[in-house]
Each structure stands twice: as structure tokens, then as C-alpha cells.
Design a protein around this ligand. Structure first.
Ligand SMILES: *Cc1c(COP(=O)(O)O)cnc(C)c1O
Length: 404
């Protein structure tokens, strides 16, 4: 069967009949990509202003990442964890160093990374903190997004993600985001961890009040509660820093990483922490067939090497400052707020005047700019971090055309 002759419309129709409807994508069918640009099956070019939710931080078809991938493809791609491979141990060491941590546990998807952090915190609670069996409580935030497994959606506050997927996993309590006092009040003797996003991505790029992360760090240390930072989307350069926690000079007890760690090529996620925390795992207590596979590890090592040099973070800070300066210079009647940090912005629309964000994203698509709405009334901007100033200007001009 040939897919060569299928145009966009044919793909949309085939998806409609043959794929579960678990997404509602813009009707653009991408066939090729390079840097910040993608080309659809009809030959039309667009700028990618989503970067696969930050998984493509280094741009599409990054030469260095492609080279490493091709080399590793010819060497070895999968061993399972029944044996060691020569990429996994250096990956663990290099990622631990980048995080300022001691140990790493490699998985594949972000949700698996979060699940790993939850299991770590519970076992640490029972074995180190001394919480009575099956009583561990983990605090999470209102409007959180940590993935799609049954346990994770059990503590989601998004009804759309939960509806008819119960019974739900117990052991979680939701508190307001950005409110240190609420955190302090919610902690009891059985609280083992506070799981949070240093900037809430899916909720609309919500930046917490200044000083919040510092307060969280202090409260968690004082009360012997693990501070788990889900940096799957906010980490690895997006904010102009290696981690969003760096913006406040704060180090959590556990980082959860994913998305950009795989260079936009292979899924790989990881939890990074100290020996006394990740040391709770014993053989057989956790794992994954593909977790820590040599292909993903080789690519991730290149990602870590690039982050270690710091150029991408510097470039992101410069471009981010320029992006926000220009975005805030407009007087768009449809817009009530512009939030974000680095090359990560949420444009909040006026619900009365503008309505929902999706029609704006459709118009931007027709202008050649691919963005994604989030939580109905925000337009999310997250271009590949390698974007040039000229490319950024091109995109901002399109935004101005559609939003004015
Ligand atoms: C994307 C994301 C996840 C889930 O990652 P998957 O790879 O889609 O499972 C978890 N947490 C945050 C903050 C995310 O942005």
C-alpha cells in the first residue's frame, strides 16, 4: 500500500476511521522536518512553535544528534537490563553530574519517570522516614499534569483526563499551586513527598510567585518530605537554565526528566536523586525492558554534553528576553496576559472578546505557524531552542497578524 499519494485530507480521514480519537490535532500532516521548520505531505512549510512539547528542544534533524544515532544504530540498540551495555553507565554518571545528584534510574516515557518517583517516595517513606505500611501520602498541585497512567490521572484535577477511568489510586492530596502556606498546612506525619512542576506547562505555562520554590525547598527539608520536581517539560534548557529550579537557585530531592532528554529521536526518561533516596530500589522492584537501552542512552549523552556546555541555555535566555520584550510591546485587544520564561510562553486570551484559543491556532496554521492551545483559552509557544532571531521575528509577525 502506498502512502506517497495521500494528501492531508486523506490522512485526516484515515485517522478518523482507523485511530482511536484520543487527540484532536490540527489538520497538518508532517512529512519532513529540519531545524525549526517542518514540511507537510502537500509540500507546504510551517514553523514548529511547539517542538513536541519541548521534546525537540535542539530542533529537528540536529546534525550532531543524527550522527550519534546513526553510529549507535550500527553498534547495538537493545540489550535489556538482563545485561549491561556500554552506554548506560556513562549516561547515568553524566546525567547525575548534570543534575548535581548521585544516582539515576532510566525509564522511557515521562509518565514512567513520574511513576518511578512515586514508587521511590513511597518506599523511602516506609523504609527511611518510618511511615506505617500503606499510609504514605503524596501532595500534588491543582491543575497538575504528570502524565496519563491510571495512578497519575487519579490525582489529576482535569475531569477530561479522569472521567470513567476509575477506581482511582489513593494516597494523593491536591493543594493549590504557588501557595507555600497550603503546602505547610497539608503536611502530616505520613506525608512522604510533594510532587510539582516548577512551571506548570499543560495548565498554560503558569509561573509560580517569586520565592515559592525556595519556600517549598525549606518546608520540605524542615518536615522531612521529598521535594520532587517534575522537570519533564520545564527542564533541559527550556527556561534558559538547565532546570527551571535553577531560576531560584533551588535543588529538589528528585528531578524527573524526559522529553528533550531523548533529543527528539528516542523516548527516554529518568529520575535523578541521591543514594539514600534512589538506594531504596532492590533488584526486581522496578524496571523496564527498554529502560536504559543503548540507543536512547547514546543520544541522551549527546544531549547532556550539549547542555553541559551551556550555549543553548545562553541562547535561550537571549532569545527568550527578546521574545517577551516583543510580545509585551503589542497592545492586542484579545489578550489578557502573557506568561512564561525563556522560550516558553502562554498567551492568555480574553474569554469574552476572543473566545477559545483553538480557532487562533488554526489561523496561525494557515499563516504557517504551528502552535497549540492549552486549557482552552491559552496559546502555548515553545519553539525549538535553536531558533534564530530572524526566525523568531518571522513568527512574532505572524502572531501579531492573527492576534491584532
Ligand atoms: C509530558 C509531561 C509528562 C508525561 O510525559 P510522557 O512522555 O508524555 O509520558 C509528565 N510531566 C510533565 C510536566 C510533562 O510535560
Amino acid at each position: 500500500m502506498t502512502t506517497m499519494a495521500m494528501n492531508s485530507q486523506a490522512h485526516v480521514e484515515m485517522m478518523d476511521s482507523c485511530s482511536a480519537h484520543n487527540y484532536h490535532p490540527l489538520p497538518v500532516v508532517i512529512a519532513e522536518a529540519d531545524g525549526v521548520w517542518v514540511t507537510d505531505v502537500d509540500g507546504k512549510r510551517y514553523m514548529d512553535f511547539l517542538a513536541a512539547y519541548s521534546a525537540v528542544n535542539f530542533g529537528h534533524s540536529h546534525a550532531g544528534l543524527l550522527e550519534i544515532t546513526q553510529q549507535q544504530l550500527k553498534r547495538v540498540t537493545l540489550t535489556s537490563r538482563a545485561f549491561l551495555n556500554d552506554q548506560l553507565s556513562p549516561f547515568c554518571k553524566e546525567l547525575a553530574d548534570l543534575c548535581g545528584m548521585e544516582m539515576v534510574l532510566a525509564m522511557n516515557t515521562g509518565a514512567e519517570g513520574v511513576e518511578t518517583a512515586i514508587k521511590t517516595a513511597r518506599r523511602w517513606g516506609y523504609r527511611v522516614k518510618g511511615v506505617p505500611a500503606n499510609q504514605a501520602k503524596i501532595l500534588v498541585c491543582d491543575q497538575n499534569f504528570h502524565g496519563r497512567t491510571t495512578t497519575i490521572i487519579s490525582f489529576s484535577t482535569d475531569e477530561c483526563a479522569r472521567e470513567d477511568f476509575g477506581p482511582y489510586t489513593p494516597g494523593f492530596e491536591v493543594i493549590p499551586y504557588g501557595d507555600a502556606e497550603a503546602l505547610s498546612k497539608a503536611i502530616d506525619d505520613n506525608t512522604v513527598a510533594f510532587l510539582m512542576e516548577p512551571i506548570q506547562g499543560e495548565a498554560g505555562i503558569i509561573v509560580p510567585p517569586d520565592g515559592y520554590l525556595k519556600q517549598v525547598r525549606q518546608i520540605c527539608s524542615d518536615r522531612k518530605v521529598l521535594f520532587i520536581a517534575d522537570e519533564i517539560q520545564s527542564g533541559l534548557g527550556r527556561t534558559g537554565y538547565t532546570f527551571a529550579c535553577d531560576c531560584e537557585g533551588v535543588k529538589p530531592d528528585l528531578y524527573v526528566l524526559g522529553k528533550a532528554l531523548g533529543g527528539g529521536i528516542m523516548p527516554i526518561s529518568a529520575v535523578a536523586s541521591s543514594k539514600d533516596i534512589l538506594g531504596v530500589f532492590t533488584p526486581g522492584s522496578h524496571g523496564s525492558t527498554f529502560g536504559g537501552n543503548p540507543l536512547a542512552c547514546a543520544i541522551a549523552r549527546k544531549v547532556i554534553e550539549m547542555l553541559d556546555q551551556g550555549d543553548i541555555q545562553r541562547h535561550t535566555r537571549e532569545m527568550g528576553d527578546y521574545l517577551f520584550k516583543r510580545l509585551r510591546s503589542f497592545d492586542w485587544p484579545n489578550v489578557t496576559m502573557i506568561r512564561g520564561r525563556g522560550l516558553w510562553a502562554g498567551i492568555e486570551l480574553d474569554r469574552e472578546k476572543a473566545g477559545k484559543a483553538k480557532p487562533f491556532c488554526e489561523r496561525l496554521m494557515h499563516e504557517g505557524l504551528l502552535c497549540k492551545d492549552t486549557h482552552e483559552y491559552s496559546i502555548r509557544l515553545a519553539p525549538p531552542l535553536v531558533i534564530s532571531k530572524d526566525e523568531l521575528d518571522w513568527a512574532i509577525d505572524k502572531l501579531d497578524k492573527v492576534l491584532r
